[in-house]
Design a protein. Structure first.
Length: 226
């Protein structure tokens, strides 16, 4: 059975589609509900995630925003992620003013509303990366993305097949256990039946014989031959 994606998975997937890869998550920060660190090899971005419960408290929102601003000295860009239904409580003009990006999310997906403003000392590197990527044929990029999608589908199919095999294995193991118990019971009954059939009749009780057959040596001989 496929694992249900977490909020971190959904937000990370959005940025991965933009060329980033996940470096770490929940990086020991106690001031936010969850945190993602992503990079494209040149630019490092931190994403602080607010949960729905935290959005009910303005003080928590304020503290999270302050913590996000502090990360600007450590990372090239910072993003605040909030639930889609609570996006209206965030003043976008404040985020734009301080260069903080904004992502809204729900269980259906994530959407970038405001891109983060990158530090000036990183802009040149980003422009250099863009110039280098211009030399890569668009068809090649499309083919690579198509191949990644194909491999992902294959992995999902294999995961589903493994789940089916595990279920069938458990069913077979249960049936084998039942058959072994039944077999043991049948063998025991057959042994008892054979013992009863092979047991010779007991003629030692001479009192059951007529008086004219008692103490007759021929009767003793015949009984021993039986």
């Amino acid at each position: 059975m496929r694992r249900r994606p977490t909020i971190e998975d959904i937000i990370s997937s959005l940025l991965i589609d933009e060329g980033f890869y996940e470096v770490s998550r929940n990086n020991g920060s106690m001031e936010v509900d969850s945190q993602l660190i992503l990079s494209d090899g040149k630019v490092d971005i931190a994403v602080n995630i607010l949960s729905e419960d935290s959005c009910n408290s303005r003080s928590i929102i304020h503290e999270t925003l302050i913590e996000t601003l502090r990360l600007q000295s450590k990372y090239d860009g910072v993003i605040l992620a909030v639930p889609r239904r609570y996006s209206k409580i965030i003043d976008e003009s404040v985020l734009v003013k301080y260069g903080v990006g904004l992502i809204i999310y729900d269980m259906m997906g994530a959407e970038e509303i405001i891109p983060p403003r990158l530090n000036n000392n990183r802009k040149e590197k980003v422009e250099g990366i863009r110039k280098n990527t211009q030399n890569v044929p668009i068809n090649e990029i499309t083919l690579l993305r198509s191949e990644i999608s194909r491999i992902t589908r294959i992995l999902e199919e294999m995961e589903a097949r493994l789940d089916r095999i595990e279920r069938e294995q458990r069913i077979l193991a249960s049936r084998i256990s039942e058959l072994e118990k039944t077999k043991t019971s049948i063998i025991g009954e057959e042994r008892i039946s054979q013992q009863i059939k092979s047991k010779p009749p007991n003629y030692s009780n001479e009192e059951a014989l007529p008086s004219y057959l008692r103490d007759n040596p021929w009767i003793d001989i015949l009984s021993k031959r039986m």
